[in-house]
Design a protein around this ligand. Structure first.
Ligand code: HEC
Ligand code: HEC
Length: 269
């Protein structure tokens, strides 16, 4: 018999025997979770931590780092979604010591525990191999990144503003942004190559384009407007203007840049 049924069952019987028979109650299937987790704020995580310490810490360790009878929960789980994790926390894992949360706990506190478990698994800057300080120097120096990218108001406009990039991209995504810039280039960053009537070529980022006209920004950040009927020809180039760092920077330098970029726009945890 599990620890839970040893103490929960007599309590349910005592509390609820006036309302319903315990057999009915315990036989009721619990509803499947439908909504996404909406309890993800700082306070929710803290509440989840409290429940965790009361109900789970004795097996998984007070801070989830693993204990005598439960595995470390700070290095990922078999469940890959929040709903999957919710199910494990609520129902436990059959035929193991993993009993799950008390039957008296609400869906809300279960979601809070899920948020707490997720918080144990967030990548933090400390987990990354690179140095953000060195990355910042590379960004403005050898990497020449700031000639195209703005960070907190400084830099160029020929690429996206990166002030918040750490809150929108994971470290692995940042590394592939640097190594394979031609993957997934949005139309906003395509290049227009225009041949004028006199044969001269003007090339730059495609700022906007409609049926009759187009506007581009050249390497000097100068803007050009053309009426489509007044040019000899034009092409859209759908690759990125950003050079890959492969062969230009070392792997360690790429790690440093990723650590720097990942720190941008995120609260330190
Ligand atoms: C009596 C000990 C015990 C208690 C109490 C307990 N667990 Fe577990 N837990 C385990 C064991 C043992 C496993 C591994 C089960 C297996 O063999 O798969 C486990 C597995 C898990 C897993 C799955 C890990 C993975 O890699 O998929 C999660 C998540 C988890 N527990 C969370 C919790 C939470 C949250 C609580 C409290 C509400 C809790 N556990 C209470 C013993 C316990
Ligand atoms: C010639 C201009 C140019 C240079 C130099 C340049 N980039 Fe870019 N970068 C771009 C453009 C344009 C894009 C958007 C198109 C794309 O995804 O490649 C981009 C995209 C990115 C992205 C993805 C941003 C997002 O919002 O998803 C990152 C990260 C990035 N660059 C970092 C760097 C770093 C770090 C360097 C220096 C090693 C660098 N860039 C050098 C032009 C440049």
């Amino acid at each position: 018999m599990s620890m839970r049924s040893l103490w929960v069952t007599p309590m349910l019987v005592a509390l609820l025997s006036l309302l319903t028979t315990p057999a009915d109650l315990l036989a009721q299937p619990r509803e499947e979770p439908t909504a996404d987790n909406v309890f993800t704020g700082t306070l929710d995580v803290r509440m989840g931590e409290r429940v965790f310490r009361q109900q789970c810490g004795r097996c998984h360790g007070r801070d989830g780092g693993g204990g005598e009878s439960g595995p470390d929960l700070t290095n990922g789980f078999s469940a890959s979604t929040d709903a999957g994790l919710f199910k494990i926390v609520r129902e436990g894992i059959p035929n193991t010591q993993m009993v799950g949360i008390s039957r008296r706990s609400t869906d809300q506190s279960t979601w809070m525990v899920v948020s707490y478990l997720n918080s144990l698994n967030e990548t933090t800057d400390a987990d990354l191999p690179g140095s953000a300080t060195s990355g910042q120097q590379l960004f403005a120096g050898k990497g020449n990144c700031s000639s195209c990218h703005m960070v907190n108001g400084d830099g160029g406009r020929r690429g996206p503003d990166l002030s918040q990039v750490g809150s929108r991209r994971e470290p692995e995504e940042l590394a592939s942004d640097l190594r394979t810039p031609d993957e997934d280039v949005t139309p906003r960053w395509w290049t227009l190559r225009v041949t004028q009537v006199d044969g001269s070529l003007v090339e730059g980022l495609r700022m906007n384009e409609d049926t009759f006209s187009m506007r581009l920004m050249d390497d000097n950040e100068d803007l050009w407007s053309f009426s489509k009927s007044d040019v000899r020809s034009y092409d859209r180039v759908k690759t990125s203007t950003m050079p890959s760092v492969d062969g230009v920077l070392t792997d360690a330098e790429v790690d440093d840049l990723v650590a720097y970029l990942f720190s941008l726009g995120r609260e330190e945890s």
